[in-house]
Design a protein around this ligand. Structure first.
Ligand code: ZN
Length: 275
């Protein structure tokens, strides 16, 4: 395991995968610490669509993006809808969604690019952020996998799309599965159980974990399995293994917020750019 948290000069934290080449890409997972938003978005909420004060979110985005050496006006963000649409972006999309949610890339849950210095950013509160780094063809991707996206196999589809667009080969691609809700906390109901069995007919037994008469879904493993199935090397998949619900003092977690009686919370972000 090579995920670690690094403190920045402006008192933020960057969650990072040591397996990713620093000379080729800049990447980080944000935490909830060090921002300007008030409860229940305290404090580094990076999402514009959750009901937080836009001025606070923009101040947070500016602080986080600057801490990575980029300008907030350059980031590209989608309007995430738990689907499996993957969209290739280039310089024509620079800044889409950076300050105005209405001009985000519409209804998209994964972005891919081979344009240098074009940062991709997606937002999360328990769903799984999946990073893709193709060193060979200098291309990157970032996907959002909640239970819907994971069962629609958005991780595998993102990599296959990188293959179509950039020539990415599964066996060469580096993957990072960032902090998100773990099987320790992700209790699911019967509908999701049935969909999981249909999506993973050969593997659902290891994905559905029974405990105290409840069923929990292992989203991390479900994403790993679908990547192994298309030829990704086991040693190239790095799973952070940190649960956002258990670690809700560090990360925004929708389930943890619900337990505390909040119906809203902030979002952490996953960020990646080619140099
Ligand atoms: Zn947990």
């Amino acid at each position: 395991m090579s995920y670690f948290l690094k403190r920045t000069e402006n008192n933020l934290w960057h969650g990072k995968f040591s397996t990713f080449p620093e000379d080729l890409i800049t990447h980080a997972v944000s935490t909830r610490i060090g921002g300007f938003s008030k409860s229940p978005f305290d404090s580094l909420n990076l999402a514009l669509h959750v009901g937080d004060e836009p001025a606070d979110v923009l101040a947070n985005r500016k602080k986080f993006v600057q801490s990575l050496g980029f300008d907030v006006a350059d980031i590209v963000t989608p309007n995430q809808v738990h689907g499996d649409k993957i969209f290739r972006v280039d310089d024509n999309y620079r800044g889409c969604g950076c300050t105005n949610y209405a001009d985000s890339i519409p209804e998209t849950d994964a972005l891919i690019t081979n344009t240098p210095a074009l940062p991709l950013m997606l937002c999360f509160a328990d769903c799984v952020p999946i990073f893709f780094v193709d060193v060979e063809n200098q291309a990157i991707g970032l996907a959002h996998g909640g239970w819907k996206g994971t069962l629609k196999k958005i991780a595998a589809k993102t990599l296959l799309k990188m293959g179509d667009e950039f020539g990415t080969r599964a066996e060469d691609c580096l993957i990072g599965i960032a902090p998100s809700i773990g099987a320790c906390c992700y209790e699911i109901g019967g509908v999701v159980v049935d969909k999981c069995k249909a999506a993973f007919p050969n593997n659902y037994r290891e994905l559905l974990i029974e405990r105290d008469g409840k069923i929990f879904l292992d989203l991390w493993r479900a994403n790993v399995i679908q990547l192994l199935e298309i030829g990704v090397s086991k040693e190239n998949i790095d799973v952070a293994g940190e649960c956002t619900c258990c670690g809700s003092s560090w990360y925004f977690s929708y389930r943890a917020a619900q337990k505390k009686g909040f119906d809203r919370t902030g979002r952490i972000a996953a960020f990646i750019a080619l140099k």
